[in-house]
Design a protein around this ligand. Structure first.
Ligand code: GDP
Ligand code: MG
Length: 441
């Protein structure tokens, strides 16, 4: 499949510009890729439409091929769709004891996932966790959770025969409060299919437990079906997040995309095996790669990104070699630094800059400062940026105000620029610039 995709993109590569037809051809293959990854049809269609609009509207970047550009747009859009609000790994568990309700169809992996989550909360966050099985349908279900509890060293609510799910939920809440637990996880019963009995029961449980999180556990291999299940559960219960299980299998992860597109609910975790440590925080990047067929596509995207950066760096370098270094150049530098993980790491890479990097650290240079400096440069006119020596006191005041900062900060930036411009000149003369820049880009 990814071969077929690369084929189309290779064909695109040989053409100069990106026409609407090119985009359409490429996207036809992307659509097939999505469907093969088990993305539901309407979701795939919708996704393609969005990308088509974006791709056709965007100007072709110079040094990457049109094909690479389409891949990049597809990839970026996938990640944007997959990404939910907030940190997926962070559960609402303040205000102890915090109830977490686990719901889903039978066999989706609820009980296993309950144990996985309990283990994670205990080991990673040091929480005191209680688990309770409300599965009164299958006699072995409560046993199953108790055994898992023993394995991972997490308490389970003692089993009392003959109680209803609601009664058990009440008891769990009591026990969690009395026992000083931080979190209690309620593992509910599932059915093979959604039915009213199941929904009524879970709703009643939800009403007594008042969960901080209602997590829907869905089998990631079920594709299209998973979406219907999610929509139903969310409509009836109000789900706060989704956990996709069996993502260790052969499935291509399309359920994740459908889930996000249809329910809008954040995917919080993925299950990657039967063991209690096989749970990971959802990573949109990884799933996006998987949906597209992985490896070469992701490499293509990275290459495209790299090429763009190199092109930029080369342009800058040419100017520096001529001893030119204005405010725009400085801005480019500052932005590059932010992208590359901040001041310290960049300076550390440049020869002879190690000492300066330490001084910078001592002087309180940090990434916030980089952003403030970029804001200052943004408030200058084009002429001023090209020749900062033009700046009069009154303009300086206005610029600082425009960026919401003090004039002293602007003066500091101007001084820094002068020093850097001087250095560029010297380095340029000695031919050392290439060397220094080489280690940076
Ligand atoms: P429940 O009926 O929803 O409680 O489902 P269970 O937790 O009992 O899980 C059903 C089966 O799926 C068990 O055999 C689990 O070991 C298995 N299972 C659960 N999660 C995963 C997963 O992420 N990957 C794999 N490969 N198997 C899983
Ligand atoms: Mg179960």
């Amino acid at each position: 499949l990814s071969e077929r995709l690369s084929g189309v993109f290779d064909r695109l590569t040989r053409q100069g510009a990106l026409t609407e037809d090119d985009v359409r051809t490429a996207l036809r293959e992307v659509r097939v890729a999505l469907l093969e990854a088990d993305v539901s049809l309407p979701v795939a269609r919708d996704f393609i439409k969005r990308v088509q609009a974006k791709a056709t509207g965007s100007a072709v970047m110079k040094s990457i091929t049109p094909g690479q550009q389409v891949v990049k747009i597809v990839h970026d859009e996938l990640i944007a769709t997959l990404t939910g609000e907030g940190d997926p790994g962070k559960l609402k568990i303040d205000n102890p004891p915090a109830p977490i309700l686990m719901v889903g169809l039978q066999g989706s992996g609820k009980t296993t996932t309950t144990a996985k989550l309990a283990r994670r909360l205990k080991d990673r966050e040091g929480k005191r966790v209680l688990m309770a099985s409300l599965d009164t349908n299958r006699p072995a279900a409560m046993e199953q959770l108790a055994i898992l509890g023993t394995q991972i060293g997490v308490d389970t609510l003692p089993i009392v025969a003959g109680q209803t799910a609601v009664q058990i939920a009440k008891r769990a809440k009591q026990q969690a409060t009395l026992g000083g637990y931080d979190v209690f996880l309620l593992d509910t019963a599932g059915r093979l299919h959604i039915d009213d009995v199941l929904m009524d029961e879970v709703q009643a449980v939800r009403d007594v437990a008042a969960p901080r999180e209602t997590l829907l556990v869905v089998d990631g291999l079920t594709g299209q079906d998973a979406v219907n299940v999610a929509a139903e559960f969310d409509g009836k219960l109000g789900v706060s997040g989704v956990i996709l299980t069996r993502m260790d299998g052969d499935g291509r992860g399309g359920a994740a995309l459908s889930m996000r597109a249809v329910t809008g609910k954040p995917i919080r975790f993925v299950g990657l095996g039967e063991k209690t440590d096989a749970l990971e925080v959802f990573d949109p990047q990884r799933i996006a790669g998987r949906i597209l067929g992985m490896g070469d596509i992701v490499a293509l995207v990275e290459k495209a990104q790299e090429t763009l950066e190199v092109e930029q760096a080369e342009r800058m370098m040419k100017r520096f070699q001529k001893g030119q270094f204005n405010m725009n150049d400085l801005k480019g530098q500052l932005e590059q630094m932010m992208k590359m993980g901040g001041m310290q790491s960049v300076m550390g890479m440049m020869p002879g800059m190690g000492k300066m990097s330490k001084q910078a650290e001592a002087a309180g240079f940090d990434d916030k400062m980089l952003r403030r400096q970029v804001a200052l440069i943004d408030s200058m006119t084009r002429k001023e940026r090209a020749n900062p020596a033009l700046l009069q006191a009154s303009r300086k005041k206005r610029i600082a105000k425009g960026a919401g900062l003090e004039v002293s900060e602007l003066n500091r930036l101007l001084k820094q620029h002068r020093q850097m411009a001087d250095m560029m000149k010297k380095l340029g003369k000695k031919g050392m610039l290439k060397q220094a820049m080489g280690s940076m880009f």
